[in-house]
Design a protein around this ligand. Structure first.
Ligand code: GLA
Length: 675
C-alpha cells in the first residue's frame, strides 16, 4: 500500500556512482524527508549484457535493500527506455527512421522504432526478468513503465512501421475504398487500388495528404501505447497487486493523454516551466490541472521537475529564491500527492551533467540543498491535504485528435496553435482565481457551469451533440474560431462554419480572414474598452439570432461581429471569432462566468494564485512584493508557518499560505467532545 502524506523524492541513478556514495545518499534522503525514489530508468545496459541473458542485478539488489532499510520506497522502472548498445548492434533494424528517410544512430537515448517486434520482444523479456526478481521486494511500491514515451521519437517512418501502418489501416477501414473516401484521394490523383500501395507520410514534394498524416499520428500514438501495454501486461500477470504508471509530459502533442491515463493506476507528469518566463507558473498550473483531470479519482504525481535549472534550453535559468517551493506547492494545491524531481544527485558525466538535482555538485552547504530540505519539511506539514479533491466548476476542452488535425499544414493560418490558444483563455480564468478542469469534449460535462472550447477543429457527430446538449440543458459554452470545421476524417463540414453548431451559436461563418502576424484591428461594443483590439483571426459572419458583444471597428471586415452570445435552450453559447487582447479576453470570460453564475474561492489581487483543495485554501504570491487577501472573519490554521489567520492576510513576496478548514464554532446542540 502507498504511504499516506505527500510523497517526496526523485529519480535516483546509483549506477552512475561508486557504491560508497550510496550510504551518503540514503543519509541525505533522510535529512530531506525523501520517501519515494524512481530507480533504474536508464539502467538496461547495466542490467543485461546480451539478448535473453540473466539480469546482472547484484548492484540493484543492494540498492533496493539499502533503500528499504532506510524506509525509502521505490518506483521501480522497467528500464526499457534506452536500449543497450548490444541490441542496436545486433539488430540495427530497431533504430528509428525519420520522415526524410534518415536512420537515427544509437548514442543518445530512446533510439527504437515503436513498431519493431525485435525491440518489443527484448523489452518484454527485460520486464519479465525485472518483475520476477523484484516483484516481491519490500521496497517496491510502484512500477514505472518506460520513460516519457514519444519524447525524442514520436513516430518512426521505417519499412517495418510502414507494414504495421498498413495493417492498422486495414483494421480501421476494412477495404481500400473506405480509406479512399476518408482520405479524399480523388484529389491530386491519390487513389489507392490496394493497401500495399500505402506508405507512411514521408517527406513528399509538397503537402502530403492531411488525412493520411492525421491517421499516422493516431497510428504512432497507438504503437507507442502498444509498447506500454505489452510491458504492463507482463507486470499485471506477475505482480497484479503493484500499481503501474509512466510519466506523461503534459501538453505534449504526440501522446494522447486521455488514452494513456486510462491505462495507469497513478497518473504521472513531468513538468519543466522556464524560470526565465515571468508567466511560467500559469502554464505550470494548466499542466497540473490537466494531469488532475486525466487522473480523475486516481492519484496524480509530479514525477519530475528540476530543483534548479535544466540543461536543454539554449539558456538555462536558475530558479529564483523560493521558486522551487512555490511551484512545488502549486502542484500540491492542484491535487498532486507526490513531488518528485529529476534527479536526486547531479550527474558528474554525460549529457545531463549540467541539469540541477536535489544534491548539487557543490554539495549540501548550498542554497539549493537548503531549499530541498525545507520543502521536505513543508510536505510533511501538508499531509492532511493528501488525497483530497480539487473541485472545479469551469472546464476547458482538449482533444488530442483534434489538436493533431488543427496543426496540420496548408491551413488558413499557421499561427493558430492549440496550446497558445488554450493558454490565452486559461490565463484570465487563472488570474480571476478560477480552478479549471480539462475535459474531453465527449465527456459528461454536466458538473461544469462554464465550458471553454479553444479551437476544437474537428468534432464527430456525438461530440458535437454532446456540447449542444450541454448548452441546451443550461450550460454556458465559450467557443472560439476554427472549431467544428471538419469531421474526424478531416473533411469539411459543409454549409457555413461551424456546421454542427450554427444553431447553437445563432450564426454562420462565410469566410475566414486570418490577420498578418503582429497586426490588430479595433474592437467596439458593450465589452470593449478604448484599447480593445482583435488579433490573429477575423471572420465574415452572418448573425442568425446571436447578439454581437464586440464588433470590428477597423480593417477589411469593419462593422462585422467579433464576439457574440446566443441563448440556446436553457443555456448560452458565446462565440469568439477573433483573439482579442488579454484584457478584452478577460472581459468576455468574466461576462460568461457571470452568466454561468460561477465565482472563485476567494478574490485575489494580481500575482496571487488561489486554489481550494479539500478543506484547505492555498494562496501563492508569485509577485515580487507584498499582497493582501481577505480570507474572511473565521480563524484558520496556518499549516506551514503555524499560528492562525483571519481577516486580511499579508503575503510577503513569493510567500505561500496554506489555511486549514474554517472552524465552525460549536452551536448549542453541538455534542460534548469526549474527555
Ligand atoms: C525528462 C526525462 C529525464 C531527464 C529530464 C531532464 O524529464 O524523463 O530523464 O532527461 O527530462 O529535464
Amino acid at each position: 500500500m502507498p504511504r499516506s502524506g505527500i510523497r517526496y523524492g526523485g529519480d535516483y541513478n546509483p549506477e552512475q556512482w561508486p557504491e560508497e556514495v550510496w550510504a551518503d545518499d540514503v543519509a541525505l534522503m533522510a535529512e530531506a524527508g525523501v520517501d519515494l525514489v524512481t530507480v533504474a530508468v536508464f539502467a538496461w545496459s547495466e542490467l543485461q549484457g546480451g539478448p535473453g541473458r540473466e539480469l546482472e542485478g547484484g548492484w540493484l539488489d543492494r540498492v533496493l535493500d539499502l533503500l528499504d532499510q532506510a524506509g525509502v520506497r521505490v518506483d521501480l522502472a522497467t528500464a526499457t527506455a534506452s536500449p543497450p548498445p548490444w541490441l542496436a548492434a545486433s539488430h540495427p533494424e530497431i533504430l528509428p527512421v525519420t520522415a526524410a528517410g534518415v536512420r537515427l544512430s544509437p548514442g543518445g537515448r530512446q533510439h527504437y522504432c515503436p513498431s519493431s517486434p525485435v525491440y518489443r520482444e527484448a523489452a518484454v523479456d527485460l520486464v519479465e526478468r525485472m518483475a520476477r526478481r523484484y516483484g516481491g521486494h519490500p521496497a517496491l511500491e510502484l512500477w514505472h513503465i518506460g520513460n516519457e514515451f514519444g519524447c525524442h521519437v514520436p513516430a518512426c517512418y521505417c519499412d517495418v512501421s510502414a507494414a504495421a501502418f498498413r495493417a492498422w489501416l486495414q483494421d480501421r477501414y476494412g477495404d481500400i475504398d473506405e480509406l479512399n473516401r476518408a482520405w479524399g484521394t480523388a484529389f491530386w490523383s491519390q487513389r489507392y487500388r490496394s493497401f500495399d500501395e500505402v506508405l507512411p507520410p514521408r517527406i513528399a514534394p509538397t503537402f502530403p495528404n492531411p488525412a493520411q498524416r492525421l491517421d499516422y499520428r493516431r497510428f504512432s500514438n497507438d504503437e507507442l501505447l502498444a509498447c506500454y501495454q505489452a510491458e504492463k501486461a507482463v507486470l499485471r500477470e506477475l505482480t497484479p497487486e503493484v500499481p503501474v504508471t509512466t510519466n506523461l509530459m503534459g501538453l505534449f502533442r504526440p501522446v494522447d493523454g486521455w488514452r494513456w491515463a486510462a491505462e495507469m493506476d497513478v497518473v504521472s507528469v513531468d513538468r519543466y516551466p522556464d524560470p526565465a518566463d515571468p508567466n511560467a507558473h500559469i502554464g505550470a498550473a494548466l499542466v497540473a490541472d490537466l494531469t488532475r483531470s486525466l487522473a480523475g479519482p486516481r492519484p496524480w504525481y509530479l514525477m519530475e521537475q528540476a530543483p534548479g535549472a535544466v540543461n536543454w534550453r539554449p539558456i538555462n535559468a536558475a530558479k529564483s529564491r523560493g521558486q522551487y517551493r512555490r511551484w512545488s506547492l502549486q502542484a500540491v494545491a492542484r491535487g498532486a500527492d507526490a513531488i518528485l524531481q529529476f534527479q536526486w544527485r547531479a550527474s558528474a558525466a554525460g549529457a545531463e551533467k549540467f541539469h540541477s538535482a536535489m544534491v548539487p555538485h557543490a554539495g549540501t552547504d548550498t542554497h539549493l540543498w537548503r531549499e530541498v530540505v525545507a520543502l521536505g519539511a513543508d510536505l510533511v506539514r501538508l499531509a492532511p491535504v493528501a488525497g483530497r479533491p480539487v473541485p472545479a466548476e469551469v472546464a476547458v476542452l482538449l482533444d488530442w485528435e483534434s489538436w493533431w488535425g488543427l496543426e496540420l499544414d496548408s491551413h488558413p493560418s499557421a499561427e493558430v496553435r492549440q496550446v497558445a490558444l488554450l493558454l490565452e483563455l486559461y490565463t484570465p480564468l487563472f488570474e480571476a482565481g478560477f480552478v479549471v478542469d480539462v475535459a474531453h469534449p465527449a465527456a459528461d460535462l454536466s458538473a461544469y457551469a462554464l465550458v471553454v472550447i479553444p479551437a476544437l477543429y474537428s468534432v464527430g457527430d456525438g461530440t458535437a451533440a454532446n456540447i449542444d446538449g450541454y448548452v441546451r440543458r443550461g450550460g454556458v459554452a465559450v467557443v472560439t474560431y476554427f472549431s467544428a470545421v471538419v469531421d474526424t476524417a478531416d473533411r469539411i463540414q459543409l454549409g457555413g462554419y461551424p456546421a454542427p453548431w450554427r444553431e447553437m451559436l445563432g450564426l454562420a461563418v462565410e469566410e475566414f480572414a486570418p490577420m498578418p502576424a503582429g497586426t490588430t484591428d479595433r474592437l467596439t461594443g458593450v465589452l470593449a474598452a478604448a484599447t480593445s483590439s482583435a488579433r490573429r483571426w477575423e471572420e465574415r459572419i452572418q448573425l442568425r439570432g446571436a447578439e454581437a458583444l464586440l464588433s470590428l471597428a477597423s480593417g477589411p471586415l469593419e462593422g462585422g461581429a467579433a464576439v457574440t452570445v446566443h441563448d440556446h435552450g436553457l443555456g448560452a453559447a458565446y462565440y469568439m471569432a477573433t483573439s482579442p487582447d488579454p484584457a478584452t479576453t478577460a472581459e468576455v470570460l468574466a461576462h460568461a462566468a457571470s452568466r454561468a453564475g460561477v465565482s472563485p474561492a476567494a478574490r485575489v489581487p494580481s500575482g496571487v494564485e488561489v486554489v481550494q483543495r479539500g478543506d484547505h485554501l492555498f494562496l501563492i504570491n508569485h509577485a515580487e512584493d507584498m499582497r493582501q487577501v481577505d480570507i474572511g472573519e473565521a480563524e484558520r490554521e496556518d499549516l506551514l508557518a503555524g499560528g492562525r489567520h483571519s481577516g486580511v492576510a499579508n503575503l510577503g513576496p513569493g510567500e505561500v499560505l496554506v489555511l486549514g478548514a474554517v472552524e465552525v464554532p460549536p452551536g448549542p446542540d453541538a455534542p460534548t467532545p469526549p474527555r
